[in-house]
Design a protein around this ligand. Structure first.
Ligand SMILES: [Zn+2]
Ligand SMILES: [Zn+2]
Length: 333
């Protein structure tokens, strides 16, 4: 990949990574992405409409989306806090209902991105093109990123967990997605049938399936993908980082905090992306809530607070050393 002349907006341009196998489609990604977009389009047909379905979709964008933002990103990728294993595994099962890949692959790709953001090997820099970073990188083969050696290198801590490692060995995790889709339909069918005819059951179940699963999955995809594309193109920066990360309020609203991406690239370990009072980070508040409930520990504070804490520790150590010296001097007299 080579850096190219600066474009009209003043950004460096990048060409496709050298490791891209041009013309080689990753069908295991391309087909589900294409199929679920088609299925989500069923929502334009009035037969599939119900207000319950629409409201469920909005609620589930947040509920399922947070399994990605909070668990895959902040907990698993950046280890910004520690959850009990049972809760971490539960969130991962919810994340699988977003069809955004296994934790091993997701974490590995995101750490790869942080290591090379907007540079040669970044798997999804929008400095190539917006479309490449939003979706192209997922469906075109990249020999450097999509292999078990890379997953082992970038996510060894994840693959150490046998529950996650099993997911790398087959596509059986896809059944979690299928099972939750069937459950949405069956619950809707039961409610519709109980309050009407068998046909109204089928219609209500189908409405929950289309809106609550298909439309929601596609919405969560585009919201996650916007962090890769929009927040490396548009917005402001609080910090000069070695990339083109930006704080983007629109993505911050959609992702309840992930859009403060320049803050995040400046301090990826922090559980909080909120560096100014108005940079609201609901995901961080949720982590703090889990901490208050005794369900999260070792929550990593922002860098400036970490620095203050380490300065305080150094001061205390210095004071202790002085006291120790005085005590030993007195006892030697
Ligand atoms: Zn980034
Ligand atoms: Zn990150």
């Amino acid at each position: 990949m080579t850096a190219e002349p600066i474009d009209q907006a003043g950004r460096d341009r990048l060409s496709l990574p050298d490791t891209i196998v041009k013309g080689k489609i990753r069908w295991s990604y391309a087909l589900p992405i294409f199929a679920l977009h088609l299925l989500a389009l069923l929502a334009v047909l009035p037969w599939f409409f119900s207000w319950t379905g629409v409201i469920l979709m909005v609620l589930c964008v947040h509920l399922f989306g947070q399994a990605i933002n909070l668990c895959y990103h902040r907990i698993l990728t950046h280890r910004s806090a520690v959850l009990p294993k049972w809760l971490e595994h539960f969130f991962v099962l919810v994340a699988l209902c977003c069809m955004e890949d296994t934790p091993g692959k997701w974490v590995s790709m995101h750490r790869y991105h942080h290591n090379h953001s907007d540079h040669e090997e970044d798997p999804h820099s929008p400095l190539v093109t917006f479309l490449w970073s939003h979706i192209g990188w997922l469906i075109i083969e990249n020999s450097a990123t999509h292999n078990i050696a890379t997953y082992r290198k970038f996510a060894p801590d994840i693959l150490k967990d046998s529950f996650y490692m099993k997911m790398e060995k087959s596509y059986s995790w896809v059944w979690v997605y299928v099972a939750h889709a069937v459950l949405f339909f069956l619950v809707g069918f039961a409610i519709g049938w109980a309050t009407g005819t068998v046909m109204s059951g089928v219609q209500f179940g189908a409405s929950l399936l289309v809106w609550g699963v298909f439309v929601r999955t596609v919405a969560v995809w585009h919201i996650t993908w916007s962090v890769n594309s929009l927040t490396h193109l548009f917005g402001y920066s609080n910090y000069k980082t070695d990339d083109h990360s930006r704080n983007n309020w629109f993505v911050a609203i959609l992702t309840v905090g992930e859009g403060w991406h320049n803050n995040h690239h400046h301090d990826p370990a922090s559980a909080s992306n909120q560096h100014r009072w108005w940079e609201i980070d609901v995901t961080y508040y949720q982590i703090k809530l889990l901490e208050k409930l005794g369900l999260a520990s070792k929550v990593i504070p922002p860098r400036h607070l970490r620095r203050k804490a380490s300065e305080r520790r150094m001061e205390a150590d210095k004071l202790q050393a002085t006291v120790d010296a005085q005590v030993s001097e007195q006892s030697n007299r």
